[in-house]
Design a protein around this ligand. Sequence first.
Ligand code: MCN
Ligand code: CUM
Length: 796
Amino acid sequence: MTIVEEHTPNPAAGDEHRPIGYGRLQRKEDPRFVRGKGHYVDDIVLPGMLHGAILRAPVAHARLVSIDTTQALANPKVVAVITGKDLEGLGLAWAPTLSYDVQAVLVTDKVRFQGQEVAFVVAEDRYAARDALELIDVEYEVLPPLVDARKALDPDAPVIRDDLEGRTDNHIFDWEAGDAAETDAVFASADVVVSQEVVYPRVHPAPMETCGAVADFDPIDGKLTLYETSQAPHAHRTIFAMVAGIPEQKIRIVSPDIGGGFGNKVGIYPGYILATVGSIVTGRPVKWMEDRSENLMSTSFARDYIMQGEIAATKDGKILGLRTNVLADHGAFNATAQPTKYPAGFFHIFTGSYDLQAAYCKVTGVYTNKAPGGVAYACSFRVTEAVYLVERMVDALARRLDMDPAELRLKNFIRPEQFPYPNKTGWEYDSGDYEKTMRLSMEIAGYDELRREQEERRARGELMGIGISFFTETVGAGPRKHMDILGLGMADGAELRVHPTGKAVVRISVQSQGQGHETTFAQIVSEELGIPPEDIQVVHGDTDQTPFGLGTYGSRSTPVSGGAVALVARKVREKAKFIAAAMLETRPEDLEWEKGRWFVKGDPSVGKTMAEIALGAVGTIELPEGIDGNLDAEVTYDPPNLTFPYGAYICVVDVDPGTGVVKVRRFIAVDDCGTRINPMIIEGQVHGGLTDGVGMALMEIIEFDEDGNNLGGSFMDYLIPTAMEVPNWETGYTVTPSPHHPIGAKGIGESATVGSPPAIVNAIIDALSPLGVTTIDMPCTPARVWEAMQGRATPP
Ligand code: MCN
Ligand code: CUM
């Protein structure tokens, strides 16, 4: 790996004692992960535990005629078989989705996508449960499926959601942002308008660990303990309480180690509910773990946006306006996870990093006979789609104007002095210096030299392409007055206790799925209190042990929970001042803080360290009025705004003229996520996201045939990249702190997944442009690239 410009600690400046940003603190969680000692949901084994398996629909659209479970129940190893009818009796056949729709837990009336949950078998072991699925006899009356979202609103389209009262079509919502009239006027006055259809296909987050749950309902005290793969344990608990009617104090959700989430584990899946019902019905714990095909076919997909883009500019390349009309395929139930106000997530940040005069977007959501979910896979709530659209459009404009795409971007960036920058669709960007970041990426790439090399290669008939993407994200939802999920405002709590010996425990409401929170949140406390990171335990993933908060997605942990942790540490530090003053028999206002201790102003030799203060707090000295002894505090942090990380990515590809195979030769990624807490973890996040980008740009897609059969149901069909397909990442960074975040940090967890696909696709189009190619859709498989080279339309 090439590490460009990594900060070397400067002991003279005391850097090695600074837990944030300097040095490369190893992850606390690595010793257990690298030794295979992680503890995942499937590792949980409870006494008397049963196993559940889900019978799934083989077709995409069908009326359920009958279901016969007698044979399955006759199997001695089968303890229970649960059908939609049984759930109807319990009022649990339908569950609310995160988007105020409902989703069938088990089919009662109609199958609406292939792989939908039809029945649940509970048996003594996993094999028996699986085998018994084949003993269930189901009769379906197959209906014509609706597969193509473009046909969803046709008058003769089959109506998928006839369960919803008065429903006669497949329309879910229309949503818009920006000013349509103003944008039309800007377009009318422009010298140049470029239009293009840009498709972001359906993909899947495909975490290593699939989804699963172990439900343990105690019939004596009525307490449900649910171990589950969840990115948001507290939100799940509250929703479970509301839906199942179990009192909230009797529900404990435990999310142990999570083997990757990437958005897949935000929602509440039928399997979690079924395991719970199974446990209530049998009086024994029930484990349900889905297999890979179930995961790919039935849990949260991502994207599926068909975008008509238009960009308007002057002839010398000043971008004036941006307009888009989007058709969003939400599948059979509207189950996307995003703040309530925003049915298209944060797609309306589609004006990207550019200062333009007007913008307007309209998104229409439709039902199709496909799996529900949506807003998953490191999307920053659909910023993926937004960035992909604008960065493709800017490149299309550059080609039309015959301008260098880097130069066009540099000419149109929001300038540093314009921050905080109100964009045309309602966002206020917090901070940025885009030109600096762009120029650093060009310098690392050797941009001018690359263009010269490209010219030489082109002269020899070689297909080399250089692609650029400059993205701005909006991550860290809340503030809660604007953002909620099912009415739960998007804020996060933190509790901090410094024990008498000066070691600390911090309890947080977000949930790591591999992002290293146990390390980085300890670093934040360490920075604020001067306690070494190794002396700070981070507790998360257990609703009985942590404060309420909305969880980890949309790269919100650092922007929101990170803010909470910094503030709770400051609160403890403030309390420590009063205790120290009592111990030193002086006034608190006479004390001064330096990392790790309070000392007397003007007499640095007289002071108390955090450890001394912690012991003092529980000791025998008389404490000042209003100070209660223990060195602890709690806060709930409601962020004033989101944070706006950004980055400049440059990709170099070579396309084989004979086969259409794309080789990503180089990839330069310069990110700016404000204050960098742990450079090594940030780099890991970026490497992972860039790999996602290669996957989506070149090979990943969940496709369906005309009958609605899912063609991406296994890793034989749904390809994900390996080390073979990715180059040595070349990373760099700039630091532009967020002015409103307590430590100036912005999120990074999704940046590279968001930012990289357009760079790769732009590079491929650039490589193929001598052949007259102006567009291509992902995934750029050899077949698709080859078709484009032949001048044929790309297949849908
Ligand atoms: N970080 C840092 N300095 C910053 C910003 C972040 O050191 N300025 C660190 C954080 O402290 C944290 C990590 O980087 O340890 C990611 O932080 P953040 O950007 O706040 O993102 P979250 O922790 O909220 O993680 C969510 C994000 C999302 S939404 C997806 S999707 C995704 C991603 O994280 N899923 C992942 N990265 C993933 N990485 C792994 N290994 N597994 C997943 O499932
Ligand atoms: Cu959109 S995937 Mo992440 O936000 O968990």
